[in-house]
Design a protein around this ligand. Structure first.
Ligand code: FER
Length: 259
């Protein structure tokens, strides 16, 4: 494991790179946590280990205002996270050992994965949204984020969510995002993994995403919630089968990229 920082316009992003043993070249998956999350959460580590077992290197990174990265939590926005993700992709492209690149993120990181899929459809051979919170933009337009209500037209300077506080710019940014557009732009393989009892990012959104994507598979993890609590082994198994599916559908991805 290598621990380091990746520069993003002067903001240091805390990162860890774990490579599978005994491989000169391998795919690399960028792996991102969710809102208030970090790279040492149980489900993030479980995903990293399952990917390493499947012969995939993993670049875990913490986004603006999270974990050991620079920036204040209350000042983070989805645009800042998108800019961070582009810096990670650019860094990953500079690594000699990388044969192809995947992107995976949990919850708000799953929303990020769906946005980056559309933006970097030519670079990413597969995407893996985990419990993707892709209703955030719609919620922001409707004046309700994680149970905190606000006026979506006259946006407050600050919003209290859980035990944290967010700048109103988070809402302004989220309101401009239309995830369906980016879903339509990604034609490569997508594997969505989601707990079917998720009370934070409802499972039904993953069923909808699976229908909207050209080439998607949804793996439910039964009887668990947003972070796969109590079902972490089943979640790791889902990640392993996601990579098996991705490897098996590489031909389909290739057809698209050479069209
Ligand atoms: C919301 C729904 C879900 C929201 C955030 C999330 C800020 C993300 C949760 C996570 O990343 O774990 O309305 O608003």
């Amino acid at each position: 494991m290598k621990e380091f920082y990746i520069d993003c316009d002067g903001i240091r992003l805390h990162a860890k790179l774990d490579r599978p043993k005994g491989k000169d070249k391998s795919p690399l998956c960028i792996l991102v946590h969710g809102f208030t999350g970090h790279m040492e959460e149980e489900h993030i580590i479980a995903a990293q280990r399952a990917m390493n077992d499947a012969g995939v290197a993993v670049l875990r990174a913490e986004m603006y205002g999270h974990g050991g990265s620079d920036g204040k939590f209350r000042e983070h926005t989805l645009y800042k996270w998108v800019t961070n993700a582009l810096a990670l992709i650019s860094y990953a492209k500079s690594l000699d050992f990388v044969s192809k690149m995947y992107f995976c993120g949990h919850s708000q990181g799953g929303l990020l994965t769906m946005l980056i899929g559309g933006m970097c459809a030519d670079e990413l051979k597969a995407i893996i949204p985990l419990s993707p919170a892709w209703m955030i933009p719609e919620d922001a337009r409707n004046g309700q984020l994680l149970g905190s209500a606000f006026d979506p037209v006259h946006i407050p300077d600050a919003l209290k969510i859980w035990d944290t506080e967010l700048n109103g710019d988070y809402i302004r940014v989220a309101q401009t995002i239309h995830v369906e557009n980016e879903i339509a732009r990604y034609k490569g393989p997508v594997v969505i993994i989601h707990g079917d009892e998720d009370g934070t990012a409802p499972f039904i959104y993953s069923e909808k995403a699976q229908e909207l994507y050209k080439n998607a598979r949804l793996i439910p993890v039964r009887g668990t919630g947003h972070c796969f609590e109590g079902r972490i082994n089943e979640f790791a198994e889902a990640v392993r089968s996601a990579l098996a599916y991705i490897n098996g559908t590489e031909g389909a991805g290739k057809t698209f990229f050479t069209e």
